[in-house]
Design a protein around this ligand. Structure first.
Ligand code: SAH
Length: 224
């Protein structure tokens, strides 16, 4: 007997088993100190396994990063939750994301009610993920193939900016594209990054807070 499986049917399947694994993941994140209910509810809802290669599906709800296309990674759920929590998103906030990657972090921002602009520098990931969002019903305002170091001047200012790759330094345009009161969440460093939050207090005034070590793939200069 041959079994015909429609690829789309397979790809977009979200089962009660997946839901159960997500509930367990949420409990792990609570144990690790995540407290923002909006963020926890987003993680409870979003089918992370669909953002990954199907060969990793069984591991999708472990609190780990996994490879995606173009030698990049889908961030660890704890990291996604931690960064999202630091943004303190309110519905209708305008958020810029640097490093679209798999789109999973984008989905969390959208579930929080944000208007999301997201930039990816790898052509392959940009194309794949841009086409993937509508399949799950996610509607970022713009998915852009570009360089996150320059931000997105034409849509500035933003309530929040999140960088999901390790930044060797803090790009000036990202600070200048924040609203007063806006927040930039950026992992800064070379081999290991310190999660850093900047809050804009005035035209040239920023408050800086540091939150310990994380590991990201590097934020790169050249477009591929
Ligand atoms: N948020 C993503 C994380 C992907 S890893 C997820 O959870 O899936 C970091 C991403 O940043 C990669 O996709 C990488 O290609 C992208 N990136 C690296 N340097 C960049 C730059 N200068 N501008 C925009 N994106 C960049």
């Amino acid at each position: 007997m041959s079994i015909f499986r429609h690829p789309n049917f397979n790809i977009l399947r979200d089962t009660t088993k997946h839901q159960g694994l997500r509930n367990r993941l949420v409990n792990v994140l609570i144990e690790k100190g995540i407290t923002d209910n909006g963020v926890l509810n987003a993680i409870k809802k979003i089918p992370r396994h669909l953002f990954m290669d199907s060969s990793f599906e069984d591991f999708a709800y472990q609190d780990k990063a996994f490879p995606i296309a173009a030698d990049q990674t889908i961030s660890q759920p704890y990291t996604v939750a931690f960064q999202s929590q630091l943004l303190e998103i309110k519905p209708t906030d305008k958020i810029l994301e640097i490093g679209t990657g798999s789109g999973y972090q984008t989905a969390v921002l959208l579930e929080l009610g944000a208007k999301v602009f997201t930039i990816e520098r790898q052509q392959e990931l940009f194309r794949k993920t841009k086409l993937f969002f509508p399949k799950l019903g996610y509607k970022p305002k713009k998915v852009i193939f570009g360089d996150g170091y320059v931000g997105l001047e034409e849509e500035a200012p933003f309530d929040g900016i999140i960088v999901t790759a390790g930044a060797p330094f803090v790009p000036k345009p990202l600070l200048s594209q924040l609203k007063i009161g806006g927040r930039l969440v950026i992992p800064v460093g070379d081999d290991v990054q310190i999660m850093t939050l900047f809050i804009r207090k005035g035209a040239k005034e920023f408050e800086k807070h540091e939150f310990g070590d994380f590991r990201f793939v590097p934020m790169l200069k050249k477009k591929n």
